[in-house]
Design a binder for this molecule. Structure first.
Ligand code: HPA
Length: 438
């Protein structure tokens, strides 16, 4: 039998002798989330040292055990401590715990880490949702005989980080008022921190944050079909962006500083993950195109703010969603557009109708893209506050083909009839998903 798989089976059997707990979500705790275990209603723990040939961390500050238990109603397995490639383990050993958690039942995984900030707009303490990764000179954990029991020889890596889970992460952060950026993570082997020239290279390659752990873990999880979500805590600015030399102490200190927020975010994501599964905020859409209407584009909208979504297929129109926001301003207009775009999942052909010149001009005139150098946003403090939302719009724009249409608010636009209907129904019949706090 495949050597990697037989090692996995042995660990699997040893755990199953101790517990029959079946987790649905796996969680890997990076620096700063060390005390997250206290939030779990723990049913069983398994020390890594109890498992034959299991890789054990050699870094101080990393405990080594699995916690099995519940976060609200979600059954989780949580890794307190992980091993890194730089500790000298084979890459197949580095990802063994990830694969093991998948074999124990986890269908989703949340990876967390501390990382250096490459994106100059980040600060130590920034939280970043990982949207994609680059592995730089890091050997793939999938090299060697394929473990056919886990996945295919040539797995697709187009969507390593689940859009659905990342959307949940972002909605949760928004709800909790926790700032969350997003970006590309680059993995180097470590253990030395990078040189300024390497960080410069990484930025040119498109990376926003740098670390030594997560890309390989995400890849192993995707190989076996686990849905992945990952968050970096920017613990320091990467080499060359700061005069101070980098130290592990600084990494730990910053991670500890934001630990409370980070924990709250992850806790709430996991608590909601099963419900989200049932309500399914993203819908598989088949049709010719999708029309999205925000706020005033819905003539006579009875509530302040909101959006409507219509799938057009031939001459058939199907409403799939509607929403309300409890205040109306440009920020809400952006949030309505974002929520609607996230709802339509991967569907590409979209027309977005809005009465907000701010939204339409921001997206069509390149102002949002260049907000860092554009006085239009910089000059206005309130607009500057929306940069996180512009970043999200720009991110979503990469996923869809969006045509933007400005319509005069409440002026009898030909599509407004549909929107009116949606808005009236939403007002009469609001559901929990319709109400988004603004
Ligand atoms: N580089 C690599 N890994 C890291 C860093 C860094 O600057 N900070 C935390 N983990």
């Amino acid at each position: 039998m495949n050597e990697v798989y037989s090692k996995l089976l042995k660990c699997f059997d040893q755990i199953r002798k101790k517990t029959d707990f079946v987790p649905s979500v796996a969680l890997v705790l990076g620096s700063g989330l060390g005390s997250f275990g206290e939030l779990i209603d723990v049913k069983c723990t398994v020390d890594y040292s109890e498992l034959d040939n299991f890789p054990v961390s050699t870094v101080t500050g990393h405990n080594g055990r699995f916690l099995f238990g519940y976060i609200k109603n979600t059954p989780v397995v949580c890794m307190q401590g992980r091993v890194h490639y730089y500790e000298g383990y084979k890459m197949t050993d580095v990802v063994l715990p990830i694969r093991l958690m998948g074999m124990l039942g986890a269908k989703k995984i949340i990876l967390t880490n501390a990382a250096g900030g490459i994106n100059k707009t980040f600060k130590p303490g920034t939280l970043m949702a990982i949207t994609d990764h680059i592995s730089s000179f890091v050997p793939s954990a999938l090299i060697g005989q394929n473990v056919d029991e886990l996945g295919v020889r040539f797995p697709d890596m187009t969507n390593v980080y689940s859009k659905k889970l990342t959307a949940l992460l972002k909605r949760t952060a928004e709800k909790l008022d926790i700032p969350l950026r997003e970006g590309v993570y680059i993995q180097f082997t470590g253990p030395a921190y990078e040189t300024p020239a390497e960080i410069n290279m990484a930025r040119i390659l498109g990376a926003d944050a740098v670390g030594m752990s997560t890309a390989v873990e995400a890849m192993a999880a995707r190989h076996m079909g686990i849905e992945v979500c990952a968050v970096s805590c920017i613990s320091n600015m990467a080499a060359g962006l700061n005069k101070k030399p980098l130290t592990h102490e600084e990494v730990k200190e910053t991670a500890d500083m934001v630990a409370e927020q980070f924990q709250k975010l992850i806790y709430n994501v996991i608590a909601d993950i099963e419900t989200e599964e049932k309500t399914d905020s993203q819908t598989e859409i088949t049709g010719d195109r999708v029309e999205i209407y925000t706020d005033g584009a819905c003539k006579g909208n009875p509530g302040p703010g909101g959006y409507g979504i219509v799938i057009v297929s031939g001459d058939k129109e199907t409403k799939i969603s509607k929403g309300f926001f409890n205040t109306t301003n440009n920020r809400m207009e952006l949030l309505a557009a974002i929520t609607a775009l996230e709802t339509v999942g991967a569907f590409k052909n979209i027309t977005l109708y809005s009465d907000s010149k701010y939204l339409i001009d921001g997206m069509t005139k390149g102002w949002a893209k260049n907000w860092k150098s554009n006085n239009w946003i910089k000059a206005d403090r309130k607009k500057a506050l929306n940069t996180d939302l512009w970043d999200r719009m720009l991110y979503l724009e990469q996923k869809h083909t969006i045509e933007y249409v400005w319509v005069k608010g409440h002026n009898g636009h030909e599509y407004n009839e549909i929107c009116d209907r949606l808005a009236v129904e939403a007002a009469e019949n609001p559901t929990a998903e319709d109400v988004v706090e603004g």
